[in-house]
Design a protein around this ligand. Structure first.
Ligand code: ZN
Length: 135
């Protein structure tokens, strides 16, 4: 059964296609999915800065702290240098998982839209993402 059939019922069986957002959230299928897949989340509050941000701070964009990496990271498929997305220090996000002995989470993405492996991980916005944990 397709997602829309689960949400709205089959139109030839009198299913509704005109739900308001409030009605949509209350459908049994959405309520079940919310209950089953709910997770704790952190709301980030990114802001633009006038100058570069210290690489020893949690941040989106800018220059990453590369002290924990031997070389600037490159895509393991197309070999292009990765784009830095964000870094989170454990001191700022203690509720998140960090491997023992690591206190820095870094996320990079392959910038190559024609990378043969770019779409291999469907939940990561279509671009291959790379995760590093450093100290
Ligand atoms: Zn790539």
């Amino acid at each position: 059964m397709g997602l829309f059939s689960k949400l709205f019922g089959k139109t030839d069986e009198g299913g509704k296609l005109d739900l308001s957002p409030e009605q949509f959230i209350q459908t049994p299928y959405v309520q079940h999915a919310l209950k089953r897949y709910q997770k704790r989340a952190v709301i980030l509050n990114p802001r633009t800065t006038a100058g570069p941000i210290n690489p020893k701070l949690s941040k989106f964009g800018g220059a990453p702290n590369l002290n924990g990496l031997d070389t600037y990271p490159c895509c393991d498929v197309c070999d292009r240098p990765l784009n830095f997305v964000l870094q989170l220090y454990q001191r700022d996000f203690p509720e998140h998982y960090y491997p023992k002995g690591k206190d820095l989470f870094q996320l990079f993405r392959c910038p190559n839209s024609t990378c043969p492996d770019a779409y291999s991980e469907p939940f990561l916005a279509g671009h291959k993402m790379f995760v590093y944990y450093c100290r």
